[in-house]
Design a protein around this ligand. Structure first.
Ligand SMILES: [Zn+2]
Length: 211
């Protein structure tokens, strides 16, 4: 079955409802159900030691030389090759549009909390990440929105085990240069923090929290 668009319009009530991949409403299969050899241990792929993995949806197999997120070349299903757990269906990407108001910040933190739990993080990890992301939001508010708290930005989370990828899409003047100059503490806890111009203006800020 081909993946459904993530934000497809609702189906008519009379139509049979099919399980939809990538919406988060479908229960994920148990950890490591796919792509692991029947016996023996999962060996994560590396440049020197590529591994053959199987698509969790169609079973097509192919060789990978690093862990990370993949799209099956045969059926286009997204999946993750996890260093510890083998091949898993990729969790749904979730995106929110929020303002900088106190109630939106509260909502942001609640959402971040559930994403942290989904990625397997502790309360301490959550608190550290929350501080880092507060710095990013504050920096963006000052640098890109001139402190106008009613304007909006988008945030997307992609939780995998012990690896929470985060993307902000912000409007306003494009931020350039070293992200550490804008967000020193966030860059310290997420060394891959990077900024790039958004094709329609503004800035895309991406990072991943790994512990
Ligand atoms: Zn496939």
């Amino acid at each position: 079955m081909a993946p459904q668009p993530q934000y497809a319009p609702p189906r008519p009530q009379t139509a049979p409802v099919q399980a939809r991949r990538q919406t988060g409403t479908v229960q994920r299969p148990p950890t490591g159900q796919y792509g692991r050899p029947g016996t023996g241990q999962w060996v994560p792929p590396s440049r020197d030691n590529p591994q053959v993995v199987a698509c969790p949806n169609c079973g097509a197999s192919f060789k990978v030389s690093q862990t990370g997120r993949y799209k099956c070349p045969s059926c286009a299903t997204a999946f993750v090759v996890d260093p510890q757990f083998g091949v898993e269906l990729a969790p749904a990407t979730s995106q929110l549009t929020l303002a900088f108001t106190p109630e939106c910040r509260e909502g942001f933190n609640l959402y971040l909390g559930s994403m942290c739990r989904r990625a397997g993080y502790s309360e301490a990890d959550y608190n550290q990440l929350k501080q880092g992301l507060e710095q990013i939001l504050q920096g963006v508010l000052q640098n890109c929105y001139q402190g106008r708290i009613y304007e909006s930005y988008a945030v997307a989370f992609l939780p995998a085990r012990r690896n929470l990828q985060i993307k902000f899409i912000v409007a306003g003047p494009t931020m350039q240069g070293d992200p550490r100059a804008y967000f020193p503490m966030a860059a310290q806890i997420m060394p891959d923090l990077a900024m790039r111009p958004h094709p329609k203006g503004g800035t895309v800020v991406v990072m991943s929290f790994r512990r």
